[in-house]
Write a protein that binds this ligand. Structure first.
Ligand code: UDP
Length: 317
């Protein structure tokens, strides 16, 4: 298959590119480096059936004319951490809203399949727990996270409408918190922050009372679920949660990071950011039944390689 991956230089995009190339696909990766990094793709440049295009996918996709038509378009380009989309709210809205429109237009012309990377943020601060795909969510449409949450909700609505109106083979993955090598050290997310602080001997910044929960999926597990959704036959119009259903409080996470990093636990309280969801945990029944997928990597195991990555990135005393 010929696959277009937007956001190819990002944390998830670059792991996705690796997996597609390993599976024998030809890949065109597109990124404007707003949050991605050249280092994430350095290992594959020039050596495999991989082409990189530096472009902002919220702009018209003129570059597509000089590429072989895609069989599959995977739209992953977007700032994705609260700090990143808080810094680039308008670009976040644009890349999701306009990006999916360009992807659909190209798919309509070429008959490519489209997979849209959506998010558990579409559930907002959920009133149902765990979150099933049928839950409509509890999102503040004018809050500081709205630029991301509503952009992803628009992307879902646009692609779903294109499935109905144009017969596009569109599929949507709702991605829950994911971690692993190639996360950006400055993205402000809890796992990079805790890992870097632990390695540098600084206290771990626990926001609020630390009792809010998240469920953390290791990147290899997540990519496997996404690839199953992208490749599976007869999945047109499907929307599936992919994430690890084992839930931790943020304070528990701090203890585990310190334990795996083998450092004493020091925590420092910090204000809870506005609209920070209190609980989050995916119901993955649909992924299990539809895709035969479930995560295999436990948090402690995944943190070992994540800590190794941060150790190499920022050598510490
Ligand atoms: N958090 C924290 N300390 C940090 C960074 C984040 O306690 O240094 C908390 C944050 O308030 C949230 C959770 O960890 O409740 C996950 O935050 P993250 O930014 O990783 O992702 P989110 O799930 O909020 O998009």
């Amino acid at each position: 298959m010929n696959v277009f991956v937007t956001g190819a230089a990002g944390f998830l995009g670059s792991h996705l590119v690796d997996r597609l190339l390993a599976d024998g696909d030809r890949v065109v990766g597109i990124d404007n480096y707003v949050t991605g990094s050249r280092a994430n793709l350095a290992h594959i440049r020039g050596s495999q059936p991989f082409t990189f295009i530096q472009a902002d996918v919220s702009q018209p996709w003129t570059w597509a004319a000089s590429s072989e038509n895609p069989d599959l378009i995977m739209h992953f380009a977007s700032p994705a951490s609260p700090v990143d989309y808080g810094r680039e709210p308008l670009a976040t809205l644009a890349v999701n809203a306009l990006g999916i429109m360009h992807a659909v237009a190209l798919a309509d012309k070429t008959k490519a399949r489209v997979l849209f990377a959506s998010t558990s943020e579409t559930y907002g601060d959920p009133l149902e727990h765990p979150q099933r795909e049928s839950y409509w969510g509890n999102v503040n449409p004018v809050g500081v996270r709205a630029c991301y949450d509503e952009a992803k909700r628009y992307g879902e609505a646009y692609l779903t409408s294109a499935v109905r109106k144009l017969g596009i083979d569109g599929r949507i993955v709702r991605i829950f918190n994911t971690y692993g090598p190639r996360m950006q050290p400055g993205d402000g997310r809890v796992i990079p922050n805790f890992c870097l602080s632990a390695l540098q001997g600084r206290p771990l910044t626990v926001y609020g009372d630390g009792r809010q929960t998240r469920s953390f999926c290791y990147v290899d597990d997540l990519i496997d679920g996404i690839v199953r959704l992208a490749r599976g036959p007869g999945l047109q119009g499907k929307l599936v949660n992919i994430g690890n259903p084992i839930e931790f409080t943020i304070e528990e996470l701090a203890r585990i990071v310190a334990e795996v990093a083998d450092v004493p636990l020091h925590m420092v309280p910090h204000d809870l950011p506005p609209d920070d969801p209190t609980r989050r945990k995916p119901d993955i029944t649909l992924a299990r039944t539809l895709l035969g997928w479930e995560p295999n990597v436990g948090l402690r195991e995944g943190l070992v390689s994540t800590l190794d990555y941060f150790r190499e990135l920022t050598p510490v005393a």
